[in-house]
Design a protein around this ligand. Structure first.
Ligand code: IMP
Length: 446
């Protein structure tokens, strides 16, 4: 239990991805929710995709916090998240369809910027233009995330609170749509959108959203004051962070742990422990540099193994993910920018049966040795990975629940990673189900 200057008594944990997303955060968040009274999303939007497996049943979540799968846990969407009103209601309805009570447990910050249809149109048109102009696509999820964040920063966004005021909403919508239509009909070479259907659709949803609108920062403050624990659920991954990632091949929000505070309205002294989720190898969807990437096409190759055994396809877009060895030098960057307290290694079982395991421990760049991922995407592209090699293991690690049950070579591999990164491995996830977890140090008791 923590007592801080603000008088809060809860213990709060931040969960972030340390790679390019898809590290398996959803499962870990769900597991930790056992110890939390509230789960909060603080950045991103429905570009995220979290697949949870509970007693063998799969559920995919995009915007709604993974805490929704545990009865009685309060779920919050913080101000740092961009919200597509059509999507959020569709996701709520889908979860209600499997018997979950969502509306009484979900609260959405009034300050969240809205994603509206013209953001999606701009996102698609920009990607198409980048491709035809030879600039190369970013490979976005096409959900309008970037354009919605642009409007927020330009101080012209429509926000969730505007849905409560139809006249204000109408005026702001007209101005914003005019602006985007000029771009769409002009240099983006796409079809401008009509005002009325956008207005009507938003207003039709407004009444449903209204009871869920809240002052999220203050709600969280009260939960902490009452001794409740909060879990902050990061989306995407640190290397997709708008400032610290492989710019411009990034998403448009800060994915790092520090944004858990600004993106939900709590003070930074309320972030007590940062759990970095790390897949035992590396994947990436979309474009951008990836030094330890492996070719995946040839059956029998390591890349093919990781892709097929790991079932590496995007939850949101269905695109195949690019695969490669664990990049510990990139992980070092993530550890630095997040202030990682401990790591959780996921999908270790995907490495079972490989005769040799490699870990990228640095790069050769212009004749020098570099031990941390550079900041410039062009420099990263020029990096040649330097690998440490380990003997693999033939035993199955799937579903292991104790460290001592792991094969000796698997433990050696993990110990080397931990030593290189300088952060302890506190958890290992050995399968998709809640039970498939090795706990070394509990983030809520650290
Ligand atoms: P956007 O977030 O849709 O703008 O996409 C920007 C980049 O982030 C693209 O490379 C996407 O593939 C990537 N991205 C966005 N969300 C996720 C995610 O949840 N997992 C993995 N990659 C993501």
């Amino acid at each position: 239990m923590q007592q801080t200057h603000s008088g809060a008594r809860g213990h709060n944990v931040v969960v972030v991805g340390t790679q390019w997303g898809d590290e398996g955060k959803g499962k870990v968040v769900d597991w930790l929710t056992d110890h939390a009274q509230a789960v909060v999303r603080f950045q991103g939007g429905h570009n995220a995709g979290h697949t949870l497996v509970i007693k063998g049943v799969k559920t995919a979540l995009q915007l709604i916090p993974s805490g929704i799968m545990r009865d009685g846990v309060a779920c919050f969407i913080g101000n740092g998240v961009v919200v597509d009103p059509t999507h959020v209601l569709a996701e709520i309805t889908r979860l209600e369809g499997i018997g979950l009570d969502v509306r009484s447990r979900l609260r959405i910050s009034e300050s969240c910027p809205l994603i509206l249809p013209f953001h999606v149109a701009v996102d698609h048109a920009r990607e198409a233009l980048r491709e035809t102009s030879g600039a190369g696509k970013i490979g976005t999820t096409g959900k309008g995330i970037g354009p919605a964040y642009e409007d927020k920063v330009a101080r012209r966004a429509l926000r969730v609170q505007d849905l409560k005021h139809p006249e204000r909403f109408a005026r702001k919508l007209r101005e914003l749509l005019d602006l985007h239509n000029v771009a769409l009909g002009g240099y983006l070479r796409a079809k401008p959108l009509d005002y009325q259907p956008i207005y009507d659709a938003a207003m039709a949803l407004a009444e449903q959203l209204r009871p869920m609108m809240a002052d999220v920062g203050y709600e969280l403050y009260k939960i902490n004051r009452a001794g409740g624990n909060i879990l902050f659920e990061g989306a995407q991954g640190s290397l997709l962070d708008i400032d610290h990632g492989t710019y411009p091949y990034v998403t448009s929000s800060n994915c790092v742990a520090g944004n858990a505070a600004a993106g939900s309205g709590v003070g930074p002294d309320q972030l007590h422990y940062v759990l970095g989720i790390t897949k035992a190898y590396t994947t990436r969807v979309g474009s951008g540099p990836f030094p330890s990437e492996l070719p995946m096409d040839e059956p029998g190759s390591v890349g093919h193994h990781l892709s097929t055994v790991g079932q590496e396809r995007g939850t949101v877009t269905g695109r195949p993910r690019r695969c490669g060895w664990l990049d510990a030098a990139a992980l070092k960057r993530a550890t630095v920018i997040n202030g990682v307290s401990g790591l959780c290694i996921t999908k270790l079982d995907v490495l079972d049966g490989l005769p040799e395991i490699q870990v990228c421990v640095g790069y050769e760049l212009d004749g020098r040795r570099v031990d941390i991922l550079p900041l410039d995407a062009d420099e990263i592209l020029a990096c040649r990975p330097v690998y440490d090699s380990f003997p693999g293991w033939s035993e199955s690690t799937f579903g292991a629940t104790r460290w001592d049950d792991l094969p000796l070579n698997a433990r050696r591999y993990l110990e080397r990673v931990q030593q290189f990164i300088g952060a302890p491995i506190d958890m290992v996830s050995t399968g998709p189900d809640r039970e498939h977890t090795i706990l070394l140090r509990h983030p809520y008791q650290a």
